[in-house]
Design a protein around this ligand. Structure first.
Ligand code: SAM
Length: 265
């Protein structure tokens, strides 16, 4: 996806605007999978054009189903858990839209200019939780930044990485998993999506994605997590939506899939 021309408006990555456009459209449906009343403000004509004209239908459906999958994961574990960290948060509005207990602390990490833009959009909106927005390049050391904001590594955490890992190189994903695993008490939960290697070169999006993993269960296991895979198409069906068509030329393991994982003792 092309980067945004910035024209004096707060910088929001184009990918994050497209995600917001999909969440806004989903929120308008009578049978919506979630309601994100804040998404509309990030939507630009360019983001709508990209969503409608260039994004495959399956990928629009995928993004909506993914958001609900991760909402449900959070709802399953918070409470009892009280700490959530969203990496590559973009314009994620969960701190504002989910009915979380007010003793929850939710950390959002993204690039400095994204956090700056987000703060300007949300400055007059009261979060449901103790929200901490942190400017961090996730390819650089970020552990101290989280700890400085009060993160408690001894408390189990819910980690969310929604549409993030495929934008990092394999080496950067490994570094990220190492850092978050070092910060995760046993019984921490992780929810994310990830591509297989064959998905990186899928023609319509060639050049956007940097990494995919063909043995994701072993990858998570090597950092101390017991992971399970949810096929996005199955998740769609379980939510009352149509199954996703196979992606031409991409085996099922290459397609992006959803993961949930538990940190082992
Ligand atoms: C596709 S967007 C997804 C945003 C959000 N999770 C969502 O689903 O709407 C990817 C996000 O990852 C962030 N990101 C990518 N590389 C990053 C990095 N090195 N450090 C911090 N954030 C990064 C981008 O700024 C962007 O907000």
């Amino acid at each position: 996806m092309t980067s945004e021309s910035n024209k004096g408006t707060p910088f929001v990555p184009f990918t994050a605007r497209v995600m917001a456009a999909i969440r806004a459209a989903e929120s308008d449906r009578p049978d919506r999978l979630f309601d994100d009343p804040y998404a509309q403000q990030f939507v630009t004509p360019e983001a709508i054009a990209f969503k409608d004209e260039q994004l495959q239908l399956i990928d629009r459906q995928y993004v909506a189903v993914r958001a609900r999958f991760l909402d449900d994961l959070i709802a399953s574990y918070v409470p009892p858990l009280t700490q959530i960290v969203i990496l590559g948060a973009g314009m994620d509005a969960r701190a504002f839209r989910l009915p979380l207990p007010d003793k929850t602390t939710l950390y959002e990490l993204d690039q400095a200019e994204v956090i700056e833009a987000k703060e300007s959009y949300f400055q007059h909106i009261e979060p449901q939780v103790n929200r901490q927005a942190i400017a961090a390049d996730l390819t650089q050391p970020w552990k101290a930044l989280l700890l400085e904001q009060g993160y408690q590594p001894e408390n189990p955490t819910v980690w969310i990485m929604e549409g993030l890992l495929m934008y990092l190189t394999e080496t950067e994903v490994h570094q990220l998993l190492q850092t978050l695993s070092d910060l995760s008490a046993p019984e921490s939960i992780l929810g994310c999506d990830m591509l297989g290697k064959a998905g990186i070169d899928y023609a319509p999006y060639r050049g956007y994605f940097k990494s995919g993993f063909d043995n994701p269960i072993a990858l998570f296991s090597s950092y101390g997590w017991q992971a399970s895979i949810t096929e996005s198409s199955n998740c769609s069906v379980s939510l009352g939506r149509p199954p996703f068509e196979p992606t031409p030329g991409v085996p099922v393991e290459g397609r992006a899939r959803f993961f949930s994982a538990t940190k082992l003792p």
